[in-house]
Design a protein around this ligand. Sequence first.
Ligand code: XUL
Ligand code: CO
Length: 441
Amino acid sequence: MTTLGTPGGFFTLADPVRPAGKAGNGLGYRWYDPDRMVLGKRMEDQLRFAVCWWHSFCWPGTDPFGGETFDRPWFKGDPMQGARQKVEAGFELFRLLGVPFFTFHDRDIAPEGATLAESDRNVRTIADLLAAKIEAGGPKLLWGTANLFSNRRFMGGAGSNPDPDVFAYAAAQVKTAMDVTKELGGENYVLWGGREGYETLLNTDLKRELDQVGRFLNLVVEYKHKIGFTGTILIEPKPKEPTKHQYDFDVGTVYGLLCRAGLDKEVKVNIEQNHAILAGHSFEHEIAMASALGIFGSIDINRGDNLLGWDTDQFAMDVTELTMMCVEILKAGGFTTGGLNFDAKIRRQSIDPDDLIHAHVGSIDACARALLAAEKIITDGTLSGHVADRYAGWDGAEGKAMLAGERSLEDIAARVHKAGLDPQPKSGRQEYLEGLLNSYL
Ligand code: XUL
Ligand code: CO
């Protein structure tokens, strides 16, 4: 019988993965070196990696056509005993990877009980174990969240549910999840509106549901201030899956929702690559948009498959895309409370526990490599220089006056006629710039 949480207990690897130069005989990071300085911060503090509980320890490898492919010891037997085993295996994975953070949903760490009170007790029992592990030097909590989408009571939504008792139940569940997140020193609290959307207007009062979601968000923010939670409240946009029309479709839609609820200064976004793609955006677009709107918070790092139209949640390995991500994060000023959370799952044929290690190591390295390329891009300044040149006209007196509201439509028209303006198009030089980008990789 193996002992979870000890070297060789669940994973065959015994020694932590180290940067290549320091790795000895073990598995080494080729690009990730936590202590390497990148633009004034340690690499670990720039990237702030987190491992998620749900895909790594709860997902059993199912798909719509087949059942579990993963054979984990905690899938059998007493669920609370299984929850304890997951804590041991989890902190063993965190130790091997050397990541600074982890994330969870309430229902990932502990099984749902027969009543909400029992569910709360289960969550608190496991949270005590997590607290002891954190105290003993384990990684910290990047964020906690409540699962308001798996149980059938939430099939019509949580905050947007037509039944006020479901709204109330969800609020009660969030209260406990926020309390636990605060007690564990979580740096953020996340709300993903899994079922905050609808399937058909034949049974839906859209305006009422928007009002309900706005009230729900306000309850969360009011409670945050009441308990003195100093972390950030984050919403994670997603356009579909599960519902057809989601109220949190993408960053722009979430911003509208926040403005409507008076919360645009209170709540930020947690952007996920696969969700951006499903919304028809590039990953970097969503980050740049959030930064422009002043609501950039954190990232769920994964990738979709270009050939599949659903949320495959694969480990991110595309260095070019990740470089664009890093450039936008750095331009946004870097992370404050946010980080890169591996909301990613191994493929259902990757059945060995060690596949979890290889997946995280490969993606951590891809992100580190991208960060180093982004550092070169930013330090060099050639790309940003091209953008600045493109808009340089706006630094002139008339450009500034028009933007500052010092010119009316008639003023502008009069000047155009008087000066005989005949602006000439200039090349956007996209292919040249794409080649330039590649030169940094
Ligand atoms: C679902 C998803 C969630 C959130 C947290 O697509 O990304 O796991 O990250 O609820
Ligand atoms: Co996510």
